[in-house]
Design a protein around this ligand. Structure first.
Ligand code: G6P
Length: 467
């Protein structure tokens, strides 16, 4: 029986309801694989002193986990280095934070080869391979070089960068060439797809046909957008658990007269947390009559703490939260609660539901599943308001959110007022429209659409492969 083989850098605990801190990808893939069954291969999270290890297999329900230990040098240069200090900042348009270190790119290729060899050792004819995210762009090419001719798809969870920035990367053409090892490449949004198209039209003088097919480097690639999502019924179920009810009650207790503004983000510079704090500070400055009537609860989930920029950001946020509380706080009111612990998804469901508004204000984000989870967890009779950055991928779909430009603290401060004052019927109308969008475009639909395009037997093969 042909299997689905999912490959990602991080393999999540498939049963854990815990910690959105592992990010949207891990939660989404755990959800998708539980439905379909299959194999999930990735880094174990462990460092080995004897080089990269062979895959260690274990089985949880209908999913076989294949975890690989990586050498100390590879963890440093592939994960902390090329993935998180080169591609992540560049694809989030932070060339000021991008490292162009050559040794990082060598380790990146080495690890992709390690993964390719591991897959080669157990892949069977007919298996479909689905590679996830920026850590593994070259994996398709490496598999082809080992003679694997199965269908292989790739999905990028983060934004595709603007061409002018992407070409600053010395390996830009190698990365794009690598993508042609896949049969299907998926992006989060139409904007990402357009940026990708701009690259190969301008740099490679090649067009995409009306179907989304591109013929280049002797291969045929289909490139489309598939916005990732959540299963809203799962969030609704979680909000009915006892843990959710407890967190809901504890959030509301003592806050009967106070509106709760919520933020839930990994501590990452792409999430625009200093901008959010600055906008909240501006809201308190400009609207003194609002002091004591609202508070911001920001949950910051620690992330990539071995990378210096992340450590600096963590410290900056602590200091800024202290400054805001020192300046505006009163005996009976703390304007900003900043927590850095992780919460399970069931507790989060209650926290989302208890909030009057959620501030999702990244500077640049592939999709942002917090925005979708917040909407799905609301009580239809009294839903909270979503404030959403126009720079989150989710903004392409959740068009009834209150949009903010996180760089503009005046406008964001005004949007906070708008959210606090929004009448019930408007909150319900906006919520209903967004909930319908998420229900139509669920995680299950995302997986099924991608898999249908990847498996599509009617699609013409690349001429040289068909021979
Ligand atoms: C983003 C990325 C994921 C990554 C997650 C958490 O969502 O798209 O690939 O897994 O962040 O980051 P981490 O480095 O902890 O895996």
């Amino acid at each position: 029986m042909p299997r689905l083989i999912v490959v990602s850098n991080r393999v999540a605990d498939i049963h854990s309801s815990n910690a959105a801190s592992s990010g949207g990808l891990a939660m989404a893939m755990a959800g998708a694989l539980k439905e379909e069954g299959g194999v999930w291969l990735g880094w174990s999270g462990e460092t080995s002193d004897d080089g990269d290890g062979p895959p260690q297999f274990s089985t949880v329900d209908n999913v076989t986990l294949a975890k690989i230990d990586l050498s100390r040098q590879h963890v440093e240069e592939y994960y902390n280095g090329y993935a998180n200090r080169t591609l992540w900042p560049l694809f989030h348009h932070r060339t000021d934070l991008t490292s162009y270190e050559q040794s990082f790119s060598e380790s990146y290729l080495d690890v992709n080869r390690t993964f390719a060899q591991a897959i080669r050792s157990f892949v069977k004819p007919g298996d479909v391979i689905w590679v996830q995210d920026y850590h593994l762009i070259p994996l398709g090419r490496e598999l082809r070089a080992l003679g694997v001719d199965n269908r292989i798809g790739f999905f990028l969870h983060i934004p595709w960068p603007a061409r002018e920035l992407f070409v600053t990367l010395p390996q830009h053409s190698d990365l794009v060439w690598s993508l042609f090892g896949y049969d299907l490449v998926g992006f989060q949004t139409e904007k990402d797809l357009m940026a990708f198209r701009d690259y190969f039209q301008t740099e490679l003088k090649t067009q995409q046909d009306d179907e989304g097919l591109i013929d280049l480097f002797g291969r045929r690639l289909l490139a489309r957008s598939y916005p990732i999502s959540i299963n809203p019924s799962e969030m609704a179920e979680l909000s009915n658990t006892e843990t959710a009810a407890n967190s809901f009650r504890r959030m509301r207790e003592g806050n009967e007269e106070c509106k709760i503004l919520l933020g839930v983000d990994r501590i990452d510079y792409s999430k625009g947390l200093p901008n959010k704090f600055a906008a909240y500070n501006r809201f308190l400055e400009r609207f003194p009559e609002r002091r004591g009537t609202a508070k911001l609860l920001q949950i910051g989930q620690p992330s990539r703490s071995l990378v210096e920029e992340y450590q600096d950001l963590g410290e900056e946020l602590m200091a800024e939260a202290g400054r805001i509380n020192g300046r505006f706080g009163r005996l009976d009111w703390t304007p900003l609660s900043y927590h850095t612990q992780s919460y399970g998804r069931d507790a989060l469901a209650g926290i989302y539901r208890a909030a009057d508004a959620c501030l999702v204000t990244p500077l640049r984000d592939g999709m942002n599943l917090v925005a979708k989870e917040f909407v799905a967890a609301q009580d239809p009779a009294d839903p909270g308001v979503l404030l959403l950055s126009r720079f989150a991928g989710a903004a392409e779909q959740l068009t009834e959110a209150v949009f903010v430009n996180p760089y503009d603290k005046e406008q964001t401060a005004e949007a906070i007022v708008q959210a606090i004052d929004m009448p019930l019927d408007e909150r319900q109308d906006r919520w209903r429209a967004m909930f319908d969008t998420i229900s139509r475009s669920s995680l299950t639909a995302w997986k099924n659409n991608f898999m249908a395009d990847l498996k599509n037997e009617d699609r013409p093969e690349t001429p040289d492969r068909a021979e």
